[in-house]
Design a protein around this ligand. Structure first.
Ligand SMILES: NC(=O)N[C@@H](CC(=O)O)C(=O)O
Ligand SMILES: [Zn+2]
Ligand SMILES: [Zn+2]
Length: 347
């Protein structure tokens, strides 16, 4: 008997598309399965103003292959000089769906991020007033704090005080990786949500470090201990509306991943839906996959779910995904879950 599953077309609530030749190469990988995605603004230079977001949106749409339907949902990169009036205008026109907070230095291309939160008070207050979500890369950057503790420390010392100081601010904790992240998101009320990546449901820190260093499993926030992976799986498959998919698919060319100072990011756009069906089946929660990939995100972002559907079919032979995709910027290795994938997305 063939097992199959029809879902509302999914969305990706945290995606890096980059620009130029890389954008051209990776965009079809997402647009093949996903209806919309929240597009991260950490380009070089970053997407800071409404005008820059409109130009980036146009470049994405121009790179979209003929016949593919995909809607980029744009974000602005929050800096200490961001103008609240520009944010308001970009949101009210429907161009921008969220503002992204990178603590300065926390991750790839985050040096223009926020150091002094008092300087972004006006923007945050405007966002609370108009209901525009703040997407947060939740890690402290303090040297003294161990990299495996940076998310938990951020929640206590930055995120919680920030939310208390800005009543009504709607926040998405991006790519949570810890049981502390799960716990904080679960009782944050209707103005708090969390995205969970595909890879953090599959790998723990052993995958990166045991038997030789595996640069393609290195991302930020770095994968944690097994107990945290299990907490993320429980959250993603719980059916709770506050958790939804944000793949954080973050392409870097192989030359920069396989490097003495390798870039952070896992590229999961190509096989995410197959990986997630596998994970949800293992957890006995295939009936909750649609909520995670297609319903909870739109509900938080106050958008309707996609009209179309996709069909997943479980096949006897493993799905043949490429090991790498070849972009004009260079080869990009596709996330290897470490097990065969039998759920195929029907084309
Ligand atoms: N997740 C990553 O490891 N990398 C992201 C940045 C980010 O989302 O933090 C990137 O832009 O490469
Ligand atoms: Zn991040
Ligand atoms: Zn990211």
């Amino acid at each position: 008997m063939t097992q199959s599953l029809t879902l509302r077309r999914p969305d990706d609530w945290h995606l890096h598309l980059r620009d130029g030749a890389m954008l051209q190469g990776v965009l079809p990988e997402t647009a093949r399965h996903f209806g919309r995605a929240i597009i991260m603004p950490n380009l070089v230079p970053p997407v800071v103003t409404g005008d820059q977001a409109a130009a980036y949106r146009d470049r994405i749409l121009a790179a979209l292959p003929e016949g593919m339907a995909f809607q980029p949902l744009m974000t602005l990169y929050l800096t200490e000089t961001t103008d609240p009036a520009d944010v308001r205008a970009a949101a009210e026109s429907g161009l921008v769906r969220a503002v992204k907070l990178y603590p300065a230095g926390a991750t790839t291309n985050s040096h223009s991020g926020v150091r002094d939160f008092d300087r972004v008070r006006g923007v945050l207050e405007t966002m609370a007033e108009i209901g525009l979500p703040l997407c947060v890369h939740g890690e402290v950057t303090t040297h003294e704090v161990d990299i495996f503790d940076r998310e938990a420390v951020f929640i206590d010392t930055v995120l919680d005080p920030l939310r208390r100081a800005t009543p009504g601010l709607r926040v998405v904790m991006e790519h949570i990786t810890t049981e502390e992240g799960v716990a904080y998101a679960s009782d944050g009320g209707p103005d708090l949500a969390a995205t969970i990546t595909t890879h953090h449901l599959i790998i723990n820190r052993n995958h990166i470090l045991v038997g030789g260093i595996k640069p393609h499993y290195y991302c930020l926030p770095v994968a944690k201990r097994e107990k945290h992976r299990l907490a993320l799986r429980a959250a993603a498959t719980s059916g709770a509306a506050c958790y939804f998919l944000g793949t954080d698919s973050a392409p870097h060319v192989d030359a920069l991943k396989e490097h003495a100072c390798g870039c952070a990011g896992c590229f999961t756009a190509t096989n995410t839906m197959s990986c997630l069906a596998h994970v949800f089946e293992e957890e006995g929660a295939l009936d909750r996959l649609e909520g995670f990939t297609s319903l909870n995100g739109p509900a938080f972002y106050r958008l309707p779910p996609n009209e179309g559907t996709i069909r997943l079919v479980k096949q006897a032979a493993p799905v043949a995904y490429p090991e790498k995709i070849l972009t004009g910027a260079g080869p990009v290795t596709v996330f290897n879950p470490g097990f065969p994938l039998h759920w195929a997305v029907e084309s």
